[in-house]
Design a protein around this ligand. Structure first.
Ligand SMILES: [Zn+2]
Length: 335
């Protein structure tokens, strides 16, 4: 099918337009992701936030663990798991973490309470204690890695809070476990699960398609922005969450990225990219690291929305998924 797409627009030019033909083929091949020059291969790693042993879901945590770990093993990928302490502070929670740790994945800190650091009620001192409470839980694991991911990617609403916590991370030997590709997989998953809870026979294929297109389009956006900022292809960290959607379709997502010419790398390789040592000087601080670096330049305000990603950007698209499904069903039923 890809050959067809490349062939048809080009053949109409005739032999005299040979140079244009070659140029068009090159552009089309690049756009379809078939070839990247070696130094321009986009690389992406998987990071997963908020594992939870709560099994009141479409899939139990055993099932989610099984599917996610199987997929990562299939592609021989090591991910970074960002643990929010309160969600795994139970016998089942520790079993869940054991399985990730024993599979060789990184076990990282995502706070204990998942507090919103931009709240006026959360000062740096409260936030530090909450961070330490999670650290004391995860430090026993061999995969324990001193990377901290801010809940909601909010790094501080004032200069004082932002800089005090940056200094604290440095003093404790931690680094910011930044996201470069942010997205709203959590919202797609919650809409899919809500739908399945009402109608267990719902064909979830449109949710899978929406998810893959959504994540890939955000990846292209942040990769393009990163290239404009740095003049090179950076190593990406993709933010995903521990949910039913990723358990079911992470394999399909990985296949999609590979088909577009991306290389899937281990999370620790990604975090070795020098971009992760940058500390953008913006307020409020946070969002995707690429978003924050772009904001800092003041040159991209026409394309930077705030927040970078959120449920309301996806609401209309997901409403359409449901509308199309039920419209089709009504047509079929009336035949
Ligand atoms: Zn989180």
């Amino acid at each position: 099918m890809k050959g067809k797409y490349i062939y048809h627009p080009v053949k109409n030019f005739g032999i005299k337009s040979f140079r244009i033909k070659i140029l068009l083929i090159f552009i089309l091949v690049l756009n379809t992701g078939l070839i990247y020059p070696q130094h321009q291969i986009p690389r992406i790693s998987i990071t997963i936030d908020d594992p939870t042993a709560d099994s009141a879901d479409v899939l139990s945590w055993h099932q989610k663990n099984g599917k996610l770990l199987k997929t990562l093993q299939k592609y021989n990928i090591k991910a970074a798991l960002f643990v929010c302490g309160k969600r795994i502070n139970s016998i089942d929670g520790f079993k869940l973490l054991d399985e990730w740790n024993n599979s060789g994945h990184m076990i990282c800190n995502h706070s204990y309470s998942h507090s919103y650091f931009h709240s006026k009620k959360i000062n740096a001192e409260i936030f530090k204690n909450d961070f330490l409470k999670c650290d004391s839980i995860i430090k026993k694991y061999s995969g324990y890695t001193k990377l901290f991911r801010f809940p909601y990617l909010k790094e501080g609403d004032t200069k004082e809070k932002r800089d005090e916590f940056r200094q604290f991370l440095f003093n404790t030997g931690y680094r910011n476990g930044s996201v470069t590709i942010d997205a709203s997989d959590w919202y797609v998953s919650s809409r899919m699960c809500d739908t399945l809870n009402i109608n267990k026979d719902f064909d979830i294929t449109p949710f899978k398609q929406y998810y893959i297109e959504h994540i890939y389009s955000r990846a292209l956006f942040y990769d393009s922005l990163a290239f404009q900022l740095t003049g090179r292809k950076i190593n990406h960290t993709l933010l995903l969450h521990y949910n039913v959607l990723n358990a079911m379709f992470l394999d399909d997502l990985i296949v999609h990225f590979i088909s577009k010419g991306w290389e899937i790398i281990n999370a620790d390789d990604a975090f070795s990219d020098e971009i992760f040592s940058s500390q953008p000087d913006i307020l409020p601080a946070g969002e995707s690291l690429v978003w924050a670096l772009a904001k800092e330049t003041g040159k991209f305000d026409n394309i930077l929305r705030y927040p970078g990603e959120d449920s309301f950007y996806e609401e209309t698209g997901l409403n359409e998924v449901l509308f199309n499904y039920y419209s089709k069903k009504n047509i079929n039923n009336s035949r």
